[in-house]
Ligand binder design. Structure first.
Ligand SMILES: [Zn+2]
Length: 191
């Protein structure tokens, strides 16, 4: 297994629509395994293939909270086949939008259909944080970030800050300064 570099916004690859998987073969399984390891190391609770620069419809999740424990979930071609009328709002974060969080309203319950690691068709009813994560990850496959769900004013502010942080990081790296440890600052799970 390998750690893959995670793209951060703004990046044109995060805005593209990903292609469906034809068959879950060895390459797809390898991608799933690498993505899972990359997600655990980040640390995050969800990751979509475009976040590691692969424009294929693959997502991985593992939610381990007091109320929801899913274990590793590996999904190819995930699609929402049913969604509740009732919405719920969660404070979302994203590994591709580091250190920024915002409330996003989405359907509270969804049913997702997907192919598992063995290429078998599966259907799963999701609610709570799992429903939010699945929708957040499927959005990635359509080139949508959680900041696309918030006001354009707040979105441009976040993108400006991300660009500034990227420039500072590049400058620090060029000057040989060590990277600050940012893991303690997280307030919401990064998906
Ligand atoms: Zn994300």
């Amino acid at each position: 297994m390998a750690h893959l570099p995670i793209l951060t916004a703004p990046d044109a690859r995060l805005k593209k629509k990903s292609k469906p998987i034809e068959t879950v073969d060895t390459d797809v399984r390898q991608l799933m395994d690498d993505m899972l390891e990359t997600m655990y190391a980040a640390p995050g609770i969800g990751l979509a293939a475009p976040q590691v620069g692969v424009l294929k419809r693959v997502i991985v999740l593992d939610i381990d909270r007091e109320d929801v424990k899913t274990g590793p979930l590996l999904m190819a071609n995930p699609e929402i086949v049913e969604a509740s009328d009732e919405d719920v709002s969660y404070e979302e974060g994203c590994l591709s939008v580091p250190e920024h969080y915002s409330d996003v309203a989405r359907p509270a319950k969804v049913t997702v259909r997907y192919l598992d690691r063995d290429g078998k068709k599966q259907e799963m009813a999701c609610e709570g944080l799992l429903a939010t994560c699945v929708q957040h990850e499927i959005d990635h496959l359509d080139g949508i970030l959680f900041i696309d769900h918030i006001s354009s004013l707040k979105r441009s502010m976040i993108l400006r800050k991300l660009l500034k942080a990227r420039k500072e990081k590049e400058r620090d790296e060029a000057e040989g300064k060590p990277a600050p440890d940012k893991k303690d600052k997280q307030t919401a799970p990064a998906i």
